[in-house]
Design a protein. Sequence first.
Length: 256
Amino acid sequence: MSLELIIANTAVKIPQIIENLEELKTELPAMLEMYKNLVVTEDSMKQAKEDRAKLNTLKKAIDAKRIETKKEIYAYFEPLEAQFKEITSMIDEPVQLIDKQVKAFEEKAINDKLMEIKTAFYRLDKPEWLDFDKVLPVKWQNKTEKLSKVIDDMTKAVESIVADIAAIKADFKDKPYFSAIAMQYKNTLNKADAYVYAAKLQQEYEERQKAAEAEQARQAAEAQKAAEAEQARQAAEAQKAAEAEQARQAAEAQKA
């Protein structure tokens, strides 16, 4: 396919330079020099504002001429631009058709690749709670990432998780907070975090145990104190009763 775009030349005179540019570049600095070191005072405020207005008026006049010239030049280009767009629009339709099919093909390839990865995942020896998304390699969609490597990386990730679970069970299965550690690992799949969490739970458990033992000791001491007080009370009442009996008997003996 070889198509050549030929632009017809027409006798259109388009301005390309400012004719008196060099003259302006020479005259303007001399005119503007007086303002470079200008110091505005209260007495010169009115004149400064007038000078600022004159300079802004000059700048706006130049800018207005620039916009006007640009519009005039673009007016020559507008018909040509429309013709360019007409030609390119003819190309758009087949491009879009091809693009649609290419994208559909690429999407199917990605879906097929994902299905094979999932199939490999469900064949692995893994915990029932482990989600596919948690071990799916991040770069699996890359065209340069081969299916075999993706499956190998995923398999290694699952094997690492299985090993972590075994280690956690071996170290904490007899601990009362084992289920909490297991849940922490399930949520993060980070063995280090699980062990940090385990240390925190162990510290809290020991603190609760110490508090419980202290409370038991306090209650035992209070019970012992109460028992001793009760014994003392009973002894005192018994002594009082004995003394009263002795006094009664002495009184009866005296009467007899």
